[in-house]
Design a protein around this ligand. Structure first.
Ligand SMILES: *Cc1c(COP(=O)(O)O)cnc(C)c1O
Length: 386
């Protein structure tokens, strides 16, 4: 059986060890063995960044990364508070949409998707509007591969006395973050990106002090505080994704044995450097013009002249690689390659060789398949991919 290599930013290529963990014995979520599993996973997540466990608590959700982000935003921004959302990509815009959906006051600092966060504009917005209680930011903007500078933003927020809520969905476990030292009240993330688990479980790491302020959640299912209280009690509110949690426990053990987030970061760095180098050798340009601000997990490349995403996707799919399109207006312009998951240097080298062959006209379009989200929606339908 050929091995499919997923270069999309989650769900990721699984290790055999994590895949096998899905075949755990049947387990009811009201049994002591499940309580132990849930504790192990919650504690393991709080310890991914050592030292965090003393001040933060983990709340699990059965749902994708967006569920955790929405639980964080909905429960922690007060009903009469104001959220300042930094938008330089799809996921920042999505947090803004959540604030509006929950009927809370929204201020945005808009940017072009390819731009770095303008700290002066954030500072000005905070000065102009003292009702702002929280700054919402995406750490790694998967739209473009930019790693927003949380350290610099943290300094601005600390000066103004506002708390940060972070979408860390595609950075948690793979990029540096100082949850304790920065004025971060919560970070939301998921099992199936840098942590190399299976999709279906997401989580919020929330500062215990922020939980004391009570929940502002308009949602029953995504109430951070109620879920937290129930999980502290070993009695999850709703049916959890038992097997997915078993796989996440294994993925966390694997992360730990491999050397923790630092080792994973180093591994992603090395793979991305190799990838960027081999794409450059093929004449492909990166979307970001300040690549020193790119994260280590994903790179956006301009589509080569004369190639549409769908054709490139199909030709690479026939060689067992899955690549990812750009979103909305970037659909016509870029494709994205992530190095998360159980990928090796030889996978990246094979990708380079496959792409060289395709660009030289070899192999045709491969099998006639297209990514469903991408097909027929060049920048159009407004449906975000991912
Ligand atoms: C993938 C991603 C999400 C949402 O993930 P889903 O699991 O598809 O809900 C949110 N934010 C960022 C930055 C992401 O990369």
């Amino acid at each position: 059986m050929s091995r499919v290599r997923l270069l999309n930013p989650g769900p990721v290529t699984l290790s055999e060890r994590v895949r096998r963990a899905l075949l755990c014995p049947d387990l009811c979520h009201r049994e002591p063995a499940f309580a132990a599993l849930m504790r192990e996973v919650r504690d393991g997540l709080a310890r991914v960044y050592p030292g965090t466990e003393a001040e933060f608590s983990t709340v699990l959700f059965t749902g994708s990364g967006t569920a955790a982000v929405e639980a964080m935003v909905g429960s922690l921004v007060p009903r009469d508070g104001t959220a300042l959302v930094i938008c330089n990509g799809v996921y920042g815009e999505r947090m803004g949409a959540m604030v509006e959906a929950h009927g809370k006051r929204l201020v945005t600092v808009p940017h072009a998707w390819t731009d770095a966060v303008r700290l002066d504009a954030v500072e000005r917005a905070l000065r102009d509007d003292p009702s702002i209680t929280h700054v919402l930011v995406v750490h790694h903007e998967t739209t473009t591969g930019r790693l927003n500078d949380l350290r610099a933003l943290a300094a601005v927020c600390r000066d103004r006395g506002v708390a940060m809520l972070v979408d860390g969905v595609s950075s948690f476990g793979g990029e540096p973050m100082d949850l304790v030292g920065w004025p971060i009240d919560a970070v939301a993330a998921t099992a199936n990106k840098c942590l190399h688990g299976v999709p279906g479980v997401s989580f919020v790491l929330v500062r215990t002090a922020a939980l004391r302020r009570g929940s502002a959640s308009p949602s029953l299912y995504l109430d951070l505080h109620r879920n937290h209280a129930a999980q502290e009690d070993d009695t999850p509110l709703f049916t959890p994704a038992v097997q997915v949690l078993a796989a996440l426990r294994e993925a966390l053990a694997e992360l730990h044995e491999d050397g923790g987030w630092q080792a994973r970061h180093a591994r992603y760095r090395a793979l991305s450097q190799r990838l960027r180098q081999s794409m450059a050798e093929l004449g492909l340009r990166q979307l970001l013009h300040d690549p020193e601000h790119a994260g280590c997990t994903l790179t956006a490349f301009e589509l080569p002249d004369g190639h549409r995403f769908d054709d490139l996707y199909a030709a690479l799919r026939a060689r067992d690689f899955v690549i990812y399109p750009g979103q909305r207006t970037l659909f016509e312009r870029i494709f994205r390659l992530a190095v998360m998951g159980d990928l090796t240097r030889s996978d990246i080298d094979e990708l380079g060789a496959a792409l060289a062959d395709i660009l030289a006209g070899g192999g045709g379009a491969g099998s006639p398949v297209a990514l469903r989200t991408a097909a027929g929606s060049p920048g159009g339908s407004g449906m975000p991919v991912g």
